[in-house]
Design a protein around this ligand. Structure first.
Ligand code: ARG
Length: 411
């Protein structure tokens, strides 16, 4: 009888390299690795593929998903201006679903019934992998060698040395890092003391904003919520993010230091750097200010708040997420135009906006003579909008419960 097969999300690092042999030993299954390029940089996919085979994988699937990730995961996050806890642009949270898609594709292709990943039992990523997998493939099982098969770091080093695996075991990075084109997440090590400021070596996508180069002015053209040109040159979503990573990164834009509420209940210290994402969100949000109806924008904030939470919590493929997407997508219909901003010293500041689909009406807004706004309507408008609170206040006064103003009582 053919052996069972397990598909393993493979990074090419020590833990997942050891997991190939370890899963085989512990479960008797054959291991198929899956490595997905989401713009994390580092080793090329062919090197990673070969290492997987050298470590005992029966098949090694690799996918360059950079454009897919940028277009189908980063762009929805941009349309949402998505920031978990008003701060974190969901870097890791949006990359897990695209990896999950490829894991399921590989599982189908190579006849696997179980998916494995390298997450610990303490983080959000395990939830995102496993809920993602079962949302796309309800028949699939999930396993985490670190969490479920006692694959500790010490064990991994021993195992790699004993089996002579082609992977470095001496180099020890003090941080746990996850990165892709949308940004970089850094945690653990001395950052776990909340009073310790991040040191220079924590950062890689951004230069120190304290000593910035000269200001960099950029014009970003959006079409229906998506950046389509930078300084007049056409760009794909991936190119837009990459270019803004470079230019905003050089100015130290998008550094974030936050104590974050993890889904599993832990508060944890996280450092992020997302220069392109933060600059694009800033520009996109500003364009929405001139192109989006006030009530639609107000409701969008509620929708986006929920969207960010559920994406953080690994519900990318859930029915609610799909429905919220439909709302957000609809709001982007007129989010088309140019935003000019200056990147400098850690900040991206918008100083010009232009749109054919703008709702800004100069003649209504101007304080110069000849405006078209009829101020005589304002008096009645205020009387009616203030009426409910006025009635309530009158009742308070009648019953001696007027609002206290300093020591005096009103009325
Ligand atoms: N706390 C962030 C999140 O949950 C970042 C996770 C980064 N993952 C990692 N393995 N270092 O989205």
């Amino acid at each position: 009888m053919a052996k069972d097969r397990v598909v393993l999300a493979y990074s090419g690092g020590l833990d997942t390299s050891v997991a190939i042999g370890w899963i085989g030993e512990r479960t008797g299954a054959e291991v198929v690795t899956v490595a997905v390029d989401v713009g994390q940089g580092g080793e090329d996919l062919e090197t990673i593929r070969q290492r997987a085979l050298d470590c005992g994988a029966v098949e090694a699937y690799v996918a360059d998903a950079r454009d897919e990730f940028a277009s189908e995961y980063c762009m929805p996050a941009l349309k949402a201006n998505a920031l978990y806890m008003d701060a974190y642009p969901l870097i890791s949270a949006i990359s897990r679903p695209v990896i999950v898609k490829h894991l399921v594709a590989a599982a189908r292709q190579f006849g696997a019934t179980t998916v494995a990943h390298g997450c610990t039992g303490k983080g959000n990523d395990q939830v995102r992998f496993e809920n993602g997998i079962t949302s796309l493939a309800p028949d699939m099982h999930c396993i985490s060698p670190v969490r479920d098969l006692a694959l500790t770091r010490e064990f991994a080093i021993d195992y790699a040395n004993k089996h002579d695996l082609p992977i470095e075991t001496t180099h020890h990075n003090p941080f746990s890092i996850d990165q892709n084109v949308w940004g970089r997440a850094i945690e653990t090590g001395f950052l776990e003391d909340l009073w310790n400021a991040p040191t220079k070596d924590v950062y890689n996508y951004t230069d120190d904003p304290t000593y910035p180069p000269l200001p960099d002015e950029v014009v970003i053209t959006f079409k229906e919520g998506i950046p389509v040109a930078i300084d007049g040159r056409d760009v794909t979503p991936l190119q837009a993010i990459q270019e803004m990573n470079k230019r905003a990164g050089a100015q130290g834009i998008g550094r974030i230091d936050i104590v974050e509420d993890r889904y599993v209940g832990i508060k944890s210290r996280e450092i992020y750097e997302a220069p392109g994402a933060m600059a694009l969100i800033q520009a996109h949000r500003d364009l929405e200010h001139i192109t989006m109806d006030r009530e639609q924008a107000r409701f969008k904030r509620t929708v986006v708040d929920r969207w960010s939470d559920i994406v953080y919590e690994g519900q990318w493929f859930s029915p609610l997420k799909r429905s919220l997407d439909a709302y957000i997508e609809d709001t982007q219909q007129y989010v088309t135009g140019d935003i000019r901003m200056v990147l400098h010293g850690g900040r991206a500041v918008v100083n010009g906006r232009k749109s054919e689909t703008s709702l800004y009406d100069f003649n209504l807004a101007t304080y110069d003579a000849g405006d078209s706004f009829d101020q005589s309507h304002a008096k009645g408008f205020i009387e009616l909008t203030g009426l409910p609170a006025q009635l309530a206040a009158a009742r308070d006064v009648k019953f001696g419960r007027g609002v206290a103003i300093g020591k005096a009582k009103l009325n």
